[in-house]
Design a protein around this ligand. Sequence first.
Ligand code: NDP
Length: 333
Amino acid sequence: MSSHTQSLDPIKIAVTGAAGNISYSLLWRIAAGEVFGPQQPVQLQLLEIEKAQQAARGVEMELLDSAFPLLANVQVTTDPREAFDDVSAAFLVGAQPRTKGMERADLLTANAAIFSEQGAALNEVARRDVRVVVVGNPANTNALIASANAPDIDPRQFTALMRLDHNRTVSQLSSKLQLPVTDFAQIAVWGNHSASQFPDISYATAGDKKVSELVDAQWVEDYLIPTVAKRGAEIIEVRGSSSAASAAAASIDHMRDWVHGVEDAQQWRTAGVYSDGSYGIEEGLFVGFPTRAVAGRWEIVPDLELSPAQQARIQASVDELKAEREMVADLLK
Ligand code: NDP
């Protein structure tokens, strides 16, 4: 028996920092069809800095050796205009790491230079409906800079990865309550992808129960929130290197949900999206919100009631984002 399906044209996908740890997991899952679907061929356009070009070529060789049926082509380049040419999606993973003695402001400025150049290149050559997820830290402010430098692309096409924080919250609840991760809904992480983030279970459900009735408020305050916020550092301490595979898994989840949508209205996701002023959060910042993936767009969940305690936590994280924006103000056109 033979089946005859019309084969689709490949779509172009850019990944930056392609020789790094996160990409070493991420690229294989994109090429296997886990984001864009089992029928959709992809062309991978990999950006790396000059000194990592050889390593990126090694990654290219291994991708080709994997003989993925959906992998139409791989290109490696140092030029953002080549990497972003005609892309439908971009995973901006590469970023300047914090080195010893580096001040936060120096890190922000070094990354601001990278992400303003990449935003300008996306503006020039990417598809207008390109979906961009910034993984490289400080992800929210890097997304702001890239978007500000891409005035011809809707800022809602730019996002910062907050899904790992979301997944970590679900996982902690799952261990605590000994319930499968799939039982949980209406979870969100507000704010910045940093220690100031606010994993919020106020609305969360586990099956037909409210999570807030199953765990005590002190555990949430003293254990859940700090554990999720500091999980990256804990992984480095325990594993001896950073949480690259779970960051890649979260990037896959983020882009897959964005592209395909999530039907169940209770199944919120967390994405760092352009603030439209919802919940009094200043318009234009890129902030972790409770969102739904609907028909190819992220929608902020509307009309939630916020207690003064929730508002204070959200405000603290948003204030940090405003301070980051101040430090890179001259790169925002
Ligand atoms: P990783 O692939 O481990 O991480 C890349 C970025 O993702 C870092 O900014 C890192 O932040 C961030 N990140 C976000 N969430 C996580 C998480 N949960 N765990 C770990 N990292 C997370 O870094 P590598 O150093 O292995 O690779 C980076 C690559 O990027 C290098 O090959 C380098 O050459 C390239 N690069 C490319 C640039 C460009 O394309 N213009 C510019 C600079 C570098 P954090 O630092 O906070 O851990």
